[in-house]
Design a binder for this molecule. Structure first.
Ligand code: DGY
Length: 320
């Protein structure tokens, strides 16, 4: 049973797959394969462990319809044409739950970094621009008792809400397609409509999937309806906000700051104005990037492949 792994993964997952009888080949180049290279690499494989955000589109599924199962190493699957996968009868799995706390930590870190201008101030130190103890310049704002608005209160949003409530007594409001009574009870979250989420959030954090409905949901019009003192955080997908509109909103001081772990495109281009703004902090999509979480993600992907190899349903299948 031949398995192709599109980028290196932690050793415990390789060991588990080897013990389970897979004949493994790995892309050890350290770089993402082009769509054509991925198709070529899968030509003689039975299974694929697709690491990261490499696109699996209709052309891929047409060329690789022989695959018996694909495990992703992400909770998001906007990079996969699920209809084409289902048409080719290829089950696909993702990695929910195991990355929720690590991703919420990055949202929390961005909230703090932006509210205290910490990233910008650290860059000043690095660039030799720390000249004096400033008393009234570059002041941040505090999170204590403020309102955290969550767009998409699922597993990651709930983890962030718990941290924000415990650390700073933040009041939680949220907007979802469907209400989440369990989360409402767990963190005393209040469900609001989208307009109220925009108007009342001191910090607004995005934790939803990228879909046709959520693409560019945060745009010129939404930023205008937010408080001038608001901080916008996105650790979900870069295309959920409209980047030029966000830049304009920050430049015109329609909102106070922004912290992004996701951009559009990724990697962000080095001449992006956000990189030089005092009120923006950009991370390179590191939500799940801890040794513990990446190991759990790789093991979960491995277990899904083992299940399908043994003729069982993948536990985390996303296209039934
Ligand atoms: C996810 O799991 O979707 C993260 O964004 C990493 O890709």
């Amino acid at each position: 049973m031949k398995l192709f792994i599109s980028k290196d993964i932690p050793l415990p997952a390789i060991d588990l797959l080897t013990e389970s009888g897979f004949d493994i080949s790995i892309n050890e180049s350290g770089s993402r394969l082009s769509p054509q290279q991925l198709i070529m690499a899968c030509k003689h494989a039975d299974y694929l462990l697709n690491v990261g955000q490499g696109q699996l589109d209709a052309d891929f599924f047409e060329a690789c319809a022989h695959l018996k199962g694909i495990a992703l190493t992400s909770v998001g699957y906007d990079h996969v044409d699920l209809n084409a996968a289902t048409a080719a009868s290829i089950p696909i799995s993702n990695t929910p739950d195991v990355l929720s706390d690590a991703t919420a930590d990055i949202a929390f870190l961005l909230m703090l970094a932006v509210s205290r201008k910490a990233f910008f101030r650290a860059m000043q130190v690095r660039d030799g621009a720390w000249t004096d103890f400033e008393f009234t310049k570059h002041l941040g704002v505090e999170l204590q008792g403020k309102t955290l608005g969550i767009f998409g209160l699922g597993r990651i949003g709930l983890s962030l809400a718990r941290k924000a409530k415990a650390a700073y007594g933040m009041k939680i409001i949220y907007h979802n397609r469907h209400r989440n009574p369990q989360a409402e009870e767990a963190v005393e979250a209040t469900y609001v409509n989208f307009d109220d989420l925009l108007r009342h959030s001191d910090v607004l954090s995005v934790h939803t999937n990228l879909t046709a409905e959520t693409a560019h949901r945060f745009n010129k019009d939404s930023f205008r309806r937010m408080k001038n003192s608001a901080i916008f955080i996105n650790t979900a997908r870069g295309r959920i906000h409209h980047e030029p509109d966000l830049i304009e909103a920050l430049q015109k001081k329609e909102i106070w700051g922004a912290g992004l772990d996701v951009t559009d495109p990724e990697p962000m281009l080095p001449d992006n104005p956000l990189l030089n703004m005092a009120n923006a902090c950009i991370f390179p999509h590191i939500g799940s990037a801890t040794l513990e979480t990446r190991t759990k993600m790789a093991l979960l992907a491995a277990k899904n492949l083992i299940a399908v190899k043994n003729g069982q349903k993948m536990p985390q299948v996303i296209n039934e």
